[in-house]
Design a protein around this ligand. Structure first.
Ligand code: ZN
Length: 482
């Protein structure tokens, strides 16, 4: 009996100790308050690493126009710590993302479901998705994961008391839907030889074009972070444009994403010790949104991306000056995985593809100049599993929420999420935490076009978009603040 009493007393004593300890930790955390840290890591590939895509044929790296970076911001409210990292990459596969998250967790203990890692989608950078399979490419993938982890770890070390605010402006004149609805019967057969599609992608100069096949999301969003004394600490910009382009084959560039980040650094930290500030530019929902070159002149390679970055940065700075920053900020984050079916080829389609690839006659006229490319994609897609887990996230930073998906999401999806969101400030980040290819809504699948053709760049089931959109909205509801 005495022994039992002793054990019970010990249990009570430990409980009281744990409880007191929790109170103490909570008090310390509350005292620490809201903090933010930011850092960058260079992720420029060495010469020879593949930039290749089966259609863009950008080749191996032969030179560097401007260097590539992973740009990390870490938020901490004393209870929850969240990292957002935006990388100058065309896309980043789930294995590279997972390796980076595990490396961070091992080094600092940050939970793997508290990190958002996304690509900007500059096309003058690597597709870290094993489309290139050389030893140099694999080495780069490993380095990329480590460098992303380095950026997050350094950002955690840089945590300082901070305030955040949100601002936005519209910039529709830089954007256009790059899918064009064309007259019935005017669109050539697709690479698989099927007629009746209504979409021409990218080039909209044809006389058969009726109108753009979708909207654009004109909103340029700004999450501004400053030190408690009012100096700028970091800016996370967000805009829904695929890229600016104007590249040269084999030459690496971060496109306007990198130039915007640097321009913000110049604008906001002149004479204040620049290393402390980090500018970040993320991609919203731009799967079907292209860039319009403004100014009526023919820009030289790499010029428009810099011109547009300067224009956007100047307007962003004006907006930031009007933002009211607050320090009573709490954080929330939700992550889930949706099982989505893959549009794998059926037996007939696979046989068609194998016959095309087996044909040695290089003079053969195919229904489309990309028929052989898509025959190869068909064979590759037949090796995919029947379903894929798609990782989705919602992050809340005070009154600002972010919905993130691994796909090239269409503007209409981003607009629908912003409209249905129960938060006052909402934006989206695509190509986050892996790669799920293009995500056309079902009605865009009906119209056809490049973004819908089954390949390693477009492989989710036709109903994937409403499923993913609904789940993102459910996650956004669950990050509701106190
Ligand atoms: Zn693209």
């Amino acid at each position: 009996m005495a022994k039992k009493l002793t054990i019970t007393s010990l249990c009570w004593a430990s409980l009281v100790l744990v409880f007191t300890n929790c109170l103490f930790v909570a008090a310390v955390r509350a005292e620490v308050g809201f903090r933010v840290g930011a850092a960058t890591a260079d992720i420029t590939p060495e010469l020879g690493v593949s930039l290749d895509g089966p259609i863009s044929k950008n080749g191996p790296v032969t030179g560097i126009h401007d260097r590539l970076h992973a740009r990390a911001i870490v938020f901490d409210d004393g209870q929850t710590r969240i990292a957002i990292v935006i990388c100058d990459a065309c896309m980043i596969g789930p294995d590279v993302v997972a390796a980076a998250k595990i490396a961070v967790h091992q080094r600092t203990g940050l939970r793997v479901d508290r990190m958002l890692i996304a690509a900007t989608h500059t096309h003058a950078a690597v597709r870290a998705t094993h489309i290139g399979t050389g030893t140099l490419d694999n080495k780069y993938h490993r380095q990329l994961a480590q460098r992303i982890a380095d950026a997050i770890v350094e950002a955690e070390q840089n945590l300082r008391p901070a305030r955040v605010g949100f601002g936005s402006f519209d910039k529709a004149e830089f954007l256009r839907c790059r899918r064009f609805l064309c007259k019935q019967g005017s669109v050539q057969p697709n690479p698989f030889g099927q007629s009746g599609e209504r979409i021409k992608s990218v080039s909209g100069k044809s006389a058969t074009v009726i109108e753009p096949a979708g909207p654009v999301d004109p909103q340029f969003s700004i999450l501004s972070i400053e030190h408690s004394d009012g100096r700028s600490l970091a800016v996370l910009g967000n805009f829904s444009v695929h890229y600016c382009g104007g590249y040269q084959r084999g030459i690496v560039s971060a496109d306007y994403f990198g130039h915007f980040a640097r321009a913000m650094e110049m604008e906001l930290t002149a004479g204040e010790g620049r290393s402390a500030f980090v500018g970040v530019m993320s991609n919203g929902t731009s799967g079907n949104t292209g860039s319009i070159e403004r100014g009526g002149q023919n820009y030289r390679p790499f010029e428009w991306m810099q011109v547009s970055a300067r224009i956007l940065a100047a307007q962003a700075v004006q907006t930031i000056r009007r933002i009211e920053h607050r320090e009573d900020v709490t954080l929330g984050m939700q992550e889930s995985e949706l099982e989505i079916a893959i549009r794998r080829p059926d037996g007939d389609r696979l046989k068609w593809a194998e016959d095309i690839l087996a044909d040695q006659n290089t003079n053969r006229v195919h229904p489309h100049r990309w028929t052989r490319v898509y025959a190869n994609e068909t064979v590759q897609l037949s090796k995919y599993a029947a379903t894929m887990k798609i990782k989705l996230q919602a992050i809340r930073i005070g009154p600002i929420v972010i919905a993130a998906a691994p796909c090239e999401v269409f503007a209409e999806t981003g607009l629908a999420i912003k409209k249905a969101s129960n938060h006052s400030h909402t934006f989206t980040i695509e190509l986050a935490n892996g790669y799920g290819g293009y995500l056309p809504p079902p009605e865009q699948h009906e119209l056809g076009g490049y973004e819908t053709w089954p390949a390693r760049s477009s492989f989710l089931e036709v109903q994937a978009e409403p499923k993913i959109r609904d789940e993102l909205l459910r996650l956004l509801q669950r990050v509701e603040g106190p």
